[in-house]
Ligand binder design. Structure first.
Ligand code: NAD
Length: 516
C-alpha cells in the first residue's frame, strides 16, 4: 500500500539549523563532488570518450563542476539499439516493480537532499531556495508518477455487454528519447526520464550540455535503485549532432523534450518524417518557451501585485519558462505598482548564490549573457529604464535585475522570450485591453491576474489563453500534483507534467474484448 501523495516540503532557511546543514552540504559538494569525470552509459556499459563536455560554474566561470564523455552519432545509435533490446523485457515487468524503483530513488535523493541542491547551486547558479525547490520537485515527480502508474496499471473502466468482458488497459510504447533543458536541471530532467520509464518504456537520456553533471548523478541513483541495464542509457552530446540522430532513428518511438521553441519545433518536424524501416508514428511531447504576463486590475492590491511581479520576474534570474517578464497594469494603479516593484527589486542582492543572502545569481553562460544584454539595449530604445540595465561578466555572468516602464504592447521586449532578469511594464486603460495584451504573443504558458473583481476573475478563466492561470499570486512555482504544468500555442503540446493525464502520453491504450 502506498501512502497518499503529498509534495515534498520546502526547507525553511530562516531556521539556523537548516542554514548550517546547507552550508555543510555546500562544503561536501565543493570538496567531494566537483571535478569528477562521468562516462556514457549504454546497456550498463561505461564508455569513456576523448571528447568531453565540461560543466562550469556560471557564478565563477573558471570553476569546473565536472565533465562527461561526449557521444558520437555511432554511440547515439548504439544507445537506441540497446534501449530497443531492453524494451522487450522491461515492457513486461510489473507496474509495481517499476514504481518501487522510483520510490527507492526518491528515498535515496531525500537522504542527500541538501547535497543535491548544493550541486544545483554550483552547476546552474541557483540561489538556495530555488535549488531546494528544484530538488523537491525532482522527488515529487518520482513519488507522483510512481503512484500514478500503480493506479493506471489496471486500466480504466469501460462497459461490457452480456457475454463479453471488456478491458481498457495501457501498454508501453517503446524507446523514448528524453531531452531536458538546463534551467530545471534536476526536476525536469528527472521528470521526463522517469515518466517514460515507469510507464514501461526504455530511455535514452541526452542531458543539457550546460548541466550534465546532475543528470549523470541521477542516472547513478536510478541504477542503484534497480533500473536494469539498457533500460536507462546516458548519452551526453551536441544537440545538433546527437540530438538529430536520436530524434531521427527509426526505433525511436517517443521524444520527450523541454526547451526552446526553436529546438522544439525542429524536433516536431523531424519526428514527423517516417524513416526507412520505421513501423510506427513517433509521438512528440514538446514543452517550449513562454512570455508570461501578470495583469494588475484597477482594484488590485498594490503590494500583492508588486511582490507577485517581482518574484515572477526575477526568481532564478528570470530563467524560467514561467517567468513573468511582462506586467500589464491598469492606469489607475500603474505608477504605484511600478514604483513599488522598483523599490523591492533594489533591496535585493545579486551575487554568488553560495551565499545565503543572495537573492539572484548569475545567468547560465556567456551566450545567455550576451543575448540578455542585447535585449537590454533594445529595451533602452523601446521603454524607460527604471532599474538595473547593467551586467558584469568578469567573474561570472551577472546581470542586474532590469526593469523597463512604458513599453508598447507590440515591442520586442514585450513579445520575445528573453530568458533573463528583464521585466517590461505596459500601461492599459481597461480590463478588456489588459486581456487583449496578455493574449497578444505567440506563447500561452502561464499568466496571473491580480484583482478583487469576481466578474473579471471569471472572464479571465475563459479569455486569458494560457495553460497555467493563477489569481492573486505569482505566475511561477507550479507544484507536481497540484498545478499540472504545460502551455498552449507555441509554448508546446500542453502535456501537463505532474498531472493526472501525463503518463498516458507515454503509453498505448489497448482495448481487450473477451467473449464467453
Ligand atoms: P534549448 O532548446 O536550447 O535546449 C533544450 C535541449 O535540447 C538541450 O538538451 C539541448 O542540448 C537539446 N538540443 C539542442 N539542439 C537539439 C537538436 N537539434 N535536437 C535535439 N535536441 C537538441 O533550451 P534551453 O536553453 O536548454 O532551455 C531554455 C528553454 O526551455 C526556454 O525557452 C524555456 O522557456 C524552455 N523551458 C520550457 C519549459 C516548459 O515546461 N514549457 C520548462 C523549462 C524550460
Amino acid at each position: 500500500m502506498t501512502t497518499l501523495y503529498r509534495h515534498e516540503p520546502f526547507t525553511d532557511f530562516s531556521q539556523k539549523e537548516n542554514q548550517e546543514a546547507f552550508k555543510k552540504a555546500l562544503k561536501t559538494v565543493n570538496k567531494e563532488w566537483l571535478g569528477k569525470e562521468y562516462p556514457l552509459i549504454i546497456n550498463g556499459e561505461r564508455i569513456t570518450t576523448d571528447a568531453k563536455i565540461v560543466s562550469y560554474n556560471p557564478a565563477k566561470k573558471d570553476e569546473v563542476i565536472g565533465s562527461v564523455s561526449k557521444a558520437t552519432k555511432e554511440l547515439a545509435e548504439k544507445a537506441i539499439e540497446a534501449a530497443a533490446t531492453a524494451f522487450e523485457t522491461w515492457r513486461y515487468t510489473k507496474a509495481e516493480e517499476r514504481a518501487n524503483i522510483l520510490f527507492r530513488a526518491a528515498a535515496s535523493i531525500r537522504r542527500k537532499k541538501h547535497e543535491f541542491s548544493a550541486l544545483l547551486v554550483k552547476e546552474a547558479g541557483k540561489p538556495w531556495k530555488e535549488a531546494d525547490a528544484d530538488t523537491a520537485e525532482a522527488i515529487d515527480f518520482l513519488e507522483y508518477y510512481a503512484r500514478q502508474m500503480i493506479e493506471l496499471s489496471n486500466g480504466k473502466p469501460i462497459n461490457s455487454r452480456e457475454g463479453e468482458y471488456n478491458q481498457y488497459i495501457y501498454t508501453p510504447t517503446g524507446v523514448t528519447v528524453s531531452i531536458p533543458p538546463w534551467n530545471f536541471l534536476f526536476a525536469i530532467m528527472a521528470g521526463i526520464t522517469v515518466a517514460p520509464l515507469v510507464s514501461g518504456n526504455t530511455v535514452v537520456l541526452k542531458p543539457a550540455s550546460a548541466t550534465p553533471i546532475i543528470a549523470a548523478r541521477f542516472v547513478e541513483v536510478l541504477e542503484e535503485a534497480g533500473v536494469p541495464k539498457g533500460v536507462i542509457n546516458f548519452v551526453p552530446g551536441s544537440g545538433s549532432e546527437v540530438g538529430d540522430t536520436l530524434v531521427d532513428h527509426p526505433k525511436t518511438s517517443i521524444i520527450t523534450f523541454t526547451g526552446s521553441r526553436e529546438v522544439g519545433t525542429r524536433i516536431f518536424e523531424r519526428a514527423a518524417v517516417v524513416q526507412p524501416g520505421q513501423q510506427h508514428l513517433k509521438q512528440v511531447i514538446a514543452e517550449m518557451g513562454g512570455k508570461d504576463t501578470i495583469i494588475v486590475d484597477k482594484d488590485g492590491d498594490v503590494e500583492l501585485a508588486a511582490q507577485s511581479i517581482f518574484t515572477s520576474a526575477f526568481g532564478f534570474a528570470g530563467q524560467k519558462c514561467s517567468a513573468g517578464s511582462r506586467a500589464v497594469v491598469h492606469a489607475d494603479v500603474y505608477d504605484a505598482v511600478v514604483e513599488r516593484v522598483v523599490e523591492i527589486t533594489e533591496e535585493q542582492i545579486t551575487g554568488n548564490p553560495e551565499s545565503h543572502s543572495t537573492y539572484m545569481g548569475p545567468v547560465i553562460d556567456a551566450a545567455s549573457y550576451e543575448k540578455i544584454m542585447g535585449y537590454i539595449e533594445i529595451g533602452k530604445e523601446e521603454g524607460r529604464l527604471v532599474s538595473g540595465g547593467t551586467g558584469d561578466d568578469s567573474k561570472g555572468f551577472f546581470i542586474q535585475p532590469t526593469i523597463f516602464a512604458d513599453v508598447d504592447a507590440e515591442a520586442k521586449i514585450m513579445q520575445e522570450e528573453i530568458f533573463g532578469p528583464v521585466l517590461a511594464f505596459s500601461k492599459v486603460a481597461s480590463f478588456d485591453e489588459a486581456l487583449q495584451v496578455a493574449n497578444n504573443t505567440e506563447y500561452g504558458l502561464t499568466g496571473a491576474v491580480i484583482t478583487n473583481n469576481r466578474a473579471h476573475i471569471e472572464r479571465a478563466k475563459q479569455e486569458f489563453h494560457v495553460g497555467n492561470l493563477y489569481f492573486n499570486r505569482n505566475c511561477t512555482g507550479a507544484i507536481v500534483g497540484y498545478h499540472p504544468f504545460g502551455g498552449f500555442k507555441m509554448s508546446g503540446t500542453d502535456s501537463k507534467a505532474g498531472g493526472p493525464d501525463y503518463l498516458t502520453l507515454h503509453m498505448n491504450a489497448k482495448t481487450v474484448s473477451e467473449t464467453y
